[in-house]
Design a protein. Structure first.
Length: 195
């Protein structure tokens, strides 16, 4: 993240997103595929790291292999295979949704994962009980753990959508977009911008 100043001198926290140029690699139609969508690719990928199937797919569009390929439905503009999509489809002040994969936190306990309070050092002589989850439920009846019970487990690495982020500034010569606020994922990860 970074920050910029607006016209009134207020500081605005922003995230810089490289948004293009994206190449249309496939156009799906209602007649052929049963639905309408655009498949777009972003980022360069080495030929030696690309499978033969993907090499053939990218050869149809006349573009080199791409690192990330995403399918977007209900795209307003009429595009053909090989067309470029840049930051020109966005405008400053527009609200967008950003979809990405959140940072993976690994296996976490109930205090970090669900915000349990712990027992606060009152454990009557037991040790290692401060961050334990406590009782799980009935023993003889129902003799099982209910689905959805909040317990320790894998945390993060989920698909997350942040809604209504305002586009503060667009640098169309560098294909950069500054959005007000944070976006899911680590630095350098891929996100999808929906408007």
């Amino acid at each position: 993240m970074t920050s910029i100043y607006d016209a009134q001198g207020k500081i605005i926290p922003c995230t810089v997103i490289e948004a293009g140029p994206c190449v249309v690699t496939q156009v799906k139609t209602q007649d052929k595929d049963g639905y309408e969508a655009l498949q777009i690719g972003f980022g360069a990928k080495k030929e030696k790291n690309t499978t033969k199937a993907l090499k053939g797919h990218f050869a149809k569009s006349g573009t080199p292999p791409k690192r990330k390929v995403v399918e977007i439905r209900n795209f307003a503009a009429d595009k053909n295979i090989g067309d470029l999509i840049t930051t020109e489809i966005f405008a400053e002040g527009e609200k967008v949704d950003v979809v990405g994969t959140s940072k993976g936190r690994g296996f976490q306990g109930v205090i970090k994962r669900h915000g349990f309070g712990g027992i606060g050092m009152k454990h009557h002589g037991q040790h290692d009980r401060e961050r334990a989850p406590g009782s799980l439920g009935g023993s003889s009846y129902p003799s099982r753990v209910f689905k959805g019970l909040r317990m320790a487990g894998r945390m993060g690495n989920d698909r997350v959508k942040i809604k209504n982020l305002k586009i503060v500034k667009i640098f169309s010569d560098k294909n950069l977009i500054l959005v007000n606020g944070n976006v899911p994922g680590a630095k350098g990860s891929f996100v999808i911008i929906e408007n």
